[in-house]
Write a protein that binds this ligand. Structure first.
Ligand SMILES: Nc1nc2c(ncn2[C@@H]2O[C@H](COP(=O)(O)OP(=O)(O)OP(=O)(O)O)[C@@H](O)[C@H]2O)c(=O)[nH]1
Ligand SMILES: [Mg+2]
Length: 396
């Protein structure tokens, strides 16, 4: 499957940069392309300068709203992010339309952090604009949710996340949800390592996109997972899971002969990777709430058996009995077995619900704070009436 990728704001740009790096890797090692072009869109010129893999010309690193923001970002006000995207969105549309091999792309992937200003505000606006302009390709969003400590410090974080999620849900064909907090819960050394988190965010897409683009017979599975399977699976709220297990070290050629012991080891390793994928979802949710599910088994050809594929399918069927389950196998080199899982069409997402539920209280607090501010200022002004002014006309 081939994507056009566009990242909005700092977070979106950095994650898109990671997709660009993965595409270069696929080109270098396999001569296959999984992304036709990658763009970064920002109101902040310094953020655009800090990218490394996305092409550095102004058609790929697109500055929007520079008159309004002086090229320094929108300071977390996502309404301003939305406003500049309404005004300058044509720049992005033009760049996409004239991009290399655009007609080969199967879908769009737009990426942003929900809690900031530029990405959170501009991405939903651009999804709508792109959908109106390019009607034949689905438009997917990847939304990165903030760390818990950000939510505690600043109510804007929650407000931006809720408004970004609602607006994105109104227009996108599917929304991949990624929770920053999950990565530091799993590995506390990542607390100050956004680069490593971004790699982990992009990684599950790698096999998913590559599997259907392989040209060499030895890398083409019995059940090839192509763009059609992925597009059919995706819809609405979506999360990803990714698990790996190391296979026993390489054996001598005569030891490759299949026997029941070996098959049982492979099945065990496969289930282990599947369990890891399900417990490492990009956002906490219950598989039973997904009605459309996909898994990809990727391993050396000799390690893949129908038994294993069937066991993995049975495992998922138990977790999500009502879901339509699609699958594929991807034979490749290496000595590990990887499972990528997509849980889509989720009908319950507790984290999103929490954001939505906190909005009424937040708006009420805001209203009260506004009234208090106004009355405090009014009091201060009244107190100043006894003070002589240096202007004869009182400053009018
Ligand atoms: N995973 C990840 N999250 C990031 C990264 N950079 C920022 N974030 C998160 O994104 C949110 C802030 O959004 P930004 O993308 O920095 O904001 P912006 O869209 O540039 O908007 P303004 O700076 O307000 O104009 C916070 O929740 C950060 O934790 C990154 O490189 N990776
Ligand atoms: Mg920024």
């Amino acid at each position: 499957m081939k994507l056009v990728v566009a990242g909005f704001g700092q977070c979106g740009g950095k994650v898109a940069d990671e997709f660009s790096r993965l595409n270069n890797e696929a080109l270098f090692h396999r001569r296959i392309e999984i992304i036709t072009d990658v763009f970064a869109v920002n109101t902040d010129v310094a953020d655009l300068d800090s990218l490394s893999s996305i092409k550095s010309d102004p058609r790929h690193r697109i500055l929007i709203g520079n008159r309004k923001t002086g090229s320094h970002g929108v300071g977390k006000i996502n309404e301003v992010g939305a406003e500049v995207a309404q005004k300058d969105g044509d720049k992005v549309i033009d760049a996409v339309r004239s991009s290399r091999n655009f007609y080969e792309a199967d879908a769009f992937l737009l990426i942003a952090g929900a809690a900031g200003g530029t990405g959170s505000g501009s991405m939903p606006i651009m999804i709508k604009a792109i959908k109106n302009r390019f009607k034949d390709k689905p438009v997917y969003a990847l939304v990165v949710l903030p760390f818990e400590h950000e939510e505690k410090i600043d109510a804007r974080t929650v407000y931006n996340s809720a408004t970004c999620l609602k607006s994105t849900d109104l227009v996108a064909d599917a929304i991949f949800l990624v929770d920053n907090q999950r990565y530091i819960e799993k590995d506390s050394s990542l607390v100050n390592n956004m680069g490593a988190i971004n790699q982990l965010i992009a990684e599950p897409f790698f096999d998913l996109l590559r599997a259907g683009e392989e040209k060499k017979f030895k890398h083409i599975g019995i059940r090839l997972l192509d763009a059609g399977d992925i597009i059919q699976t995706l819809g609405g709220w979506t999360v990803l899971g990714y698990g790996k297990s190391q296979l026993p070290r390489l054996r001598l050629p005569f030891e490759w002969k299949r026997n029941y012991r070996r098959i049982s080891t492979e099945t065990h390793k496969g289930l282990q990777a599947m369990e890891e994928a399900i417990s490492n979802l990009t956002l906490e949710c219950n598989p039973v709430d997904s009605s459309s599910l996909l898994y990809l088994l990727s391993a050396p050809k000799k390690e893949m058996t129908m038994d294993l594929v069937k066991e993995l399918g049975d495992y998922l069927k138990e977790l999500a009995p009502k879901a339509i389950i699609r699958y594929g196998d991807y034979p490749r080199g290496g000595s590990d077995l990887k499972i990528t899982v997509v849980l889509s069409k989720l009908n319950r997402v507790p984290k999103v619900r929490d954001y939505y539920d906190s909005i009424p209280e937040l708006l009420e607090d805001n209203k009260i704070r506004h009234i208090e501010n106004e009355s405090n200022l009014q009091e201060l002004f009244s107190a100043s009436t006894v003070v002589p002014s240096l202007f004869h006309d009182n400053g009018d």
